[in-house]
Design a protein around this ligand. Structure first.
Ligand SMILES: Cc1cc2nc3c(=O)[nH]c(=O)nc-3n(C[C@H](O)[C@H](O)[C@H](O)COP(=O)(O)OP(=O)(O)OC[C@H]3O[C@@H](n4cnc5c(N)ncnc54)[C@H](O)[C@@H]3O)c2cc1C
Length: 304
């Protein structure tokens, strides 16, 4: 095989991509990871819920993972944004089947793995973006416990925020701030009442201080933390460039894969947040582990 051809190019070198790379490096496969270093959780200083790493800075978890993976001599790393991925002619068992462009450089591979994650499209509320991951969150399992049963505000983005509002009383007394987005019907109001959720109808003017919500009528409600549901979009246009099939969920679309994480295009795999509805570091690591085995199986048996 041509020396310049990588067996696998992994785009995205965070939890999912590194977990896949570890499987492939341990199988002595020639892997190139291309990563631009924009993890989804880079706004948070502590990560929770990933066993053995509970409370650790997520940047440290990623850096430790990278250091462990890069000990495998067949794995290489490029710090950059991949601009374009395309299928090229070739059998995919010995001739390159994929080409990835990074600036003026072209990288070739037999298989391609997208571990590119997603982007949160933050609600347009003054003061929210700068508090994202610090006192404004989306995941109760990741950040609810640390609020120590203090008061919690849920800023609604749509009717989907009912889910947040009904969950969060397990972590603290909860107020649902409708902010003009929807009006709960009788059944929803009964469900909120059963969970002792306070409903606030006055519009939100801004978030100030740690997690204080200033309302349009001049009142301020102080919370230990605020939750907001953010719609998602894929962090990279590669799935679109390749014409991959998508799975549509309530918050956005993710890449559709089979149980071994292969996409609708043979030889292209996807894992982590980019390819699953439920997201966490633990799930991304598990997904990457599976994708690594899927890619390896495809290489061993020439499944392309
Ligand atoms: C504020 C916040 C806090 C969170 N806290 C927790 C928590 O406490 N516990 C928990 O379990 N989960 C938490 N999460 C969820 C967690 O961040 C994700 O589930 C996890 O990061 C998914 O890992 P991933 O590898 O799939 O994607 P990511 O970690 O998002 O990594 C994707 C990588 O791909 C790279 N990339 C994308 N496109 C390209 C391209 N074209 N070229 C090169 N590189 C590219 C990115 O730069 C990035 O490095 C949190 C999320 C947020 C938003």
């Amino acid at each position: 095989m041509d020396n310049r051809i990588h067996e696998v190019i992994i785009i995205g070198g965070s939890y999912a991509g590194l977990s896949a790379a570890m499987q492939l490096g341990r199988a002595r496969r020639k892997v190139l990871i291309i990563d631009e270093g924009l993890r989804r959780n880079r706004f948070a200083s502590h990560s929770h819920g990933f066993i053995t790493q509970d409370g650790v800075d997520p940047a440290i978890i990623a850096a430790n993972a990278r250091a462990q993976v890069m000990k495998y001599p067949t794995v290489q790393w490029v710090s950059a944004r991949a601009d374009l991925a395309r299928r090229i002619s070739g059998t995919g068992s010995t001739h390159a089947a994929f080409e990835v462009e990074v600036g003026d450089t072209r990288y070739l591979s037999l298989r391609l793995l997208l571990a590119t994650g997603v982007k949160d499209i933050l609600p347009n509320v003054i003061g929210l973006a700068e508090r994202w991951g610090k006192s404004v969150f989306h995941c109760p399992y990741c950040h609810g416990y640390e609020l120590d049963r203090g008061r919690i505000g849920v800023i609604a983005g749509s009717e989907l925020s009912m889910h947040h509002a009904l969950m969060l009383p397990d972590w603290g007394p909860t107020t649902l701030l409708l902010n003009g987005t929807f009006e709960p019907d009788a059944e929803q109001l009964a469900a909120l009442e059963a969970r002792r959720v306070t409903v606030e109808r006055t519009a939100v003017a801004a978030i100030t201080g740690h997690a204080d919500v200033r309302l349009d009528d001049g009142r301020t409600l102080s919370f230990a933390g605020i939750f907001a549901l953010a719609p998602l979009e894929l962090a990279s246009p590669m799935a679109e460039q390749l014409g991959l099939e998508m799975d549509r969920g309530p918050l956005g679309a993710v890449i559709k894969t089979d149980p071994m994480k292969e996409t609708s295009m043979q030889g292209v795999f996807a894992c982590g947040d980019a390819a699953r509805m439920m997201a966490s570091i633990a799930l991304a690591v598990g997904d990457g582990n599976l994708a690594g085995a899927g890619v390896h199986r495809s290489l061993m048996f020439g499944l392309i």
